[in-house]
Write a protein that binds this ligand. Sequence first.
Ligand SMILES: [Zn+2]
Length: 277
Amino acid sequence: MANAEIGVIGGSGFYSFLDDVTEVQVETPYGPPSDSLFLGEIAGRRVAFLPRHGRAHGLPPHRINYRANLWALRSVGVRQVLGPCAVGGLRPEYGPGTLLVPDQLVDRTKARTQTFYDGLPLPDGSASEVVHISLADPYCPEGRSTTLAAARGHGWEPVDGGTLVVIEGPRFSTRAESRWHAAMGWSVVGMTGHPEAVLARELGLCYTSMALVTDLDAGAETGEGVSHEEVLKVFAANVGRLRTVLFDAVGGLQPSETRDCLCSHALDGIDTGLELP
Ligand SMILES: [Zn+2]
């Protein structure tokens, strides 16, 4: 039986250099995940990689089956998730190449299923309970400090904390939206961080976001605004060092069975009615 302990939701650039990767197709009660899971080993830890947008990058952020993705990871044994993603900087000092490890999240998406506990019958006919979990601190404190240390270890001084605002997309923000996000004091803007972090917490998984700034958002720069080509170019230029930091973070994470962080206790005393894999 295929198994892993740590999950990485990101592009194929993160696992394509590993030897000995096993592709596993996972079915979930919520439909198919974005792609197969790709299982491999880093620093003696079993890791499951999931290409967030599918291996051919065919899934836009608003059409990703986030529930299936998190469920699939948990079902192969994953308890800690690292989520590298591309974001736009909302402040001039967060230019391309900045690595920010957010500690807060704002949801400005509009049309995404964002809970496992919606009270509706599940595909297998059983009813889900109405469950309210705490998301006051949306990211794993242990995962964050491990990731920050890994970045510093490679001389890439990360931004420790900040707010990731997630928009529906797939379009980028208008200048007015972007200036508003910045005026609220938020740090970076992306399209996939929500509901990924929420759903991880609902399953009792640790989740850590690693936000790579690929461009200055429309309100923070003075040119034409963000283009997709720009984003891809900066991401490609940084994916190597992001992968290095990610691999180090994987090796530095505590063993999943000894977790004692708030995420590991998210479901304590709650009857979810779900048979968690
Ligand atoms: Zn945790």
